[in-house]
Design a protein around this ligand. Structure first.
Ligand SMILES: [Zn+2]
Length: 99
């Protein structure tokens, strides 16, 4: 049986949307965050999506760094605010839809 997430992705693939944030799915899929993470990892394994981790400035929320692996340490980057030390908490999961 297809999950709500797979249905949503199938529908979204027909739109110009190329990236989405998992929080967009949590709003309608009646599942826990852990279930969502698990399902997204499975979708990545079968090549439907690619998961990225986007580091945002804690002060101005600009996107400063995108990683393919969740960071295990702090990363220093330049922002318009000045030099920022991004902690793992400043990284948000972002998914790319792959055709
Ligand atoms: Zn900033």
């Amino acid at each position: 049986m297809q999950s709500n997430i797979r249905k949503w992705i199938k529908k979204t693939k027909k739109s110009p949307v190329k990236y989405f944030y998992p929080t967009a799915i949590l709003k309608f899929a009646k599942i826990s965050k852990d279930q969502l993470v698990q399902e997204l990892k499975e979708l990545e394994t079968v090549g439907i999506i690619k998961i990225f981790y986007e580091g945002r400035c804690p002060d101005c929320f600009r996107e400063l760094k995108t990683l393919s692996e969740f960071p295990d340490k702090n990363i220093t980057v330049e922002c318009v605010c000045g030099e920022i030390e991004l902690t793992p908490d400043n990284f948000f999961t972002k998914c790319q839809l792959i055709k």
